[in-house]
Design a protein around this ligand. Structure first.
Ligand SMILES: [Zn+2]
Length: 286
């Protein structure tokens, strides 16, 4: 699954290559790609026609294209393998091309949604006064959002009977932090993933948020090298973030801080990677 930095790379690419262009027509080549649009593929295509696309927006891992003068937006679900590509008209169709959007201008490029496994898709939704599609109105701001409220996040952690990694992955508290970046930020913060959030002091929460932002910004800086390409791509396996990981995927390898072998533990159908020395498990709560 792509995480926030990968999605932000795609958003920036779309802002550069697709924003402010008017849709001439859209073509749905596979019904599964618009299955979240109940009225079907023809209706989806018809509703896009003639609308100008606004500046692509993102909250957490959710990405959408506002349709100007419609009160609606196209929400992209990238799933496991979804890609948004901006391609020249004459480029041959990709094997798994699902949706094609042509524009009413002479730039010579079109937007394509390509998805091998068809878990992803595009859907149309009404937007609220803040421009947010209604289906994601419950998603909290992400830590790179300038309006993210650090103090409110800290207070929520103090109130909640939960553990720190669960809280980081709770989209109603903070969005866009996936398993990989959670493990990275916890390692940097020397926090065990099962640490009860009620025990976090304000400085510890501040430190944790700082590390969350640092790991995301570092991934963005690396992924950012592809901004100039016409090829806008998202793929959870693209691997540009695994070059600099300190925790995730490093089972048995020496901790980069203290050389203790890193451990992996099953955690909510996933894995948690941590250093048993730097990230001490919490004492059992009686
Ligand atoms: Zn260590």
């Amino acid at each position: 699954m792509p995480e926030l930095p990968e999605v932000e790379v795609v958003r920036r690419g779309l802002e550069r290559w697709v924003a402010h262009r008017t849709v001439a027509d859209a073509e749905v080549l596979h019904p599964r790609a618009v299955r979240r649009h109940i009225a079907g593929g023809d209706d989806f295509a018809q509703r896009l026609k003639g609308h100008r696309i606004g500046v692509p927006s993102r909250r957490g891992k959710y990405l959408w294209l506002p349709l100007e003068d419609s009160g609606q937006a196209v929400l992209a679900h990238l799933g496991m393998s979804g890609q948004l590509l901006v391609q020249p008209h004459e480029a041959p169709a990709e094997k798994h091309l699902r949706i094609r959007v042509r524009f009413a201008d002479a730039l010579g490029t079109e937007l394509r949604f390509v998805d091998q496994r068809t878990f992803g898709g595009l859907s149309l939704h009404d937007t609220g006064p803040d421009g947010l599609p209604d289906v994601i109105a419950h998603i909290a701001r992400d830590p790179l959002d300038p309006l993210f409220d650090d103090e409110a996040f800290h207070q929520a952690l103090r109130r909640k009977r939960t553990t720190v990694k669960r809280a980081l992955l709770d989209q109603s508290l903070i969005s866009g932090v996936g398993n990989i970046y959670a493990d990275e930020a916890l390692w940097r913060s020397r926090l065990h993933y099962e640490r009860p959030t009620a025990t976090l002091t304000r400085p510890r929460t501040a430190e944790l948020l700082g590390h969350v932002r640092d790991v995301m910004n570092a991934a963005l800086a690396v992924g950012g090298t592809s901004f100039d390409s016409l090829y806008v791509n998202v793929n959870g396996e693209s691997g540009y973030f695994d070059r600099s990981l300190d925790a995730y995927g490093r089972e048995g390898l020496p901790c980069r801080r203290c050389a203790t072998p890193m451990r992996r533990r099953p955690w909510m159908n996933r894995s948690s990677y941590y250093c048993p020395k730097c990230q001490r498990p919490p004492r059992a709560v009686s």
